[in-house]
Design a protein around this ligand. Structure first.
Ligand code: ZN
Length: 208
């Protein structure tokens, strides 16, 4: 299935009537269309059959779930996507048609999820970094018997990581911003709320 975003989804700058393309591109060129974030990657809130928010997915995945008959749209976005066969409104919120049991801890322990939990914030200096500038730190160093668990792994910038070395935070004169916890549904919901602030239509499902 190939879904091509309808041309002109985003407002384009108005060009003067006598506009003609310059011979050379200006120095401040916009990234080509393919490099701009596609509407298919925009976030969609996923509700359980009971309207309980359970996840955030991308438009592309949401449309697949709808086409498979697994989910239906509850709220729409303004935009539409077109494929050869049909055009579909872009969902903003979808709901699973069959109830799915969500275990208390659904998230796998991974670098990505630790960074997500810690919101790309170094847990020692409290500064926010791009994911590539963060590493994972074992609060109790592995050399001292620390395990790779939700409670012992935190996002950490390289400067703090170097400073800490093979020591505990206390020994290195560092303080944890907060006690690391497993990624629970509660944490997920907070994240969904964070993302949902951009979308009016998510509010009634997330803020109650
Ligand atoms: Zn730091």
């Amino acid at each position: 299935m190939s879904l091509i975003p309808k041309d002109g989804l985003r407002p384009r700058p108005k060009l003067p009537a006598d506009y003609s393309a310059p011979e050379k591109l200006p120095t401040s060129v916009k990234p080509p269309a393919s490099r701009r974030p596609s509407v298919l990657q925009e976030p969609v809130l996923v509700l359980n059959a009971t309207f309980e928010p359970i996840n955030v997915t991308a438009v592309r995945r949401a449309l697949i779930l709808m086409l498979k008959g697994v989910a239906q749209a509850e709220e729409h976005n303004h935009a539409e996507v077109h494929s050869a066969a049909a055009s579909m409104k872009i969902p903003s919120v979808i709901r699973l048609l069959a109830y799915r049991h969500i275990p208390q801890q659904t998230r796998a322990l991974s670098r990505k999820n630790i960074l997500l939990r810690d919101r790309n914030t170094c847990q020692f200096c409290g500064r926010v970094f791009p994911a590539g500038d963060l590493t994972l730190d074992h609060v109790m160093p592995r050399s001292r018997g620390g395990h790779s668990t939700w409670e012992n792994l935190v996002a950490c910038c390289y400067a703090c990581n170097n400073k800490k070395g093979d020591r505990t935070p206390e020994e290195a004169g560092l303080r944890l911003q907060r006690r690391p916890r497993p990624f629970t549904l509660h944490t997920s919901r907070q994240l969904m709320r964070l993302i949902g602030r951009q979308d009016e239509k998510w509010r009634k499902y997330l803020f109650y």
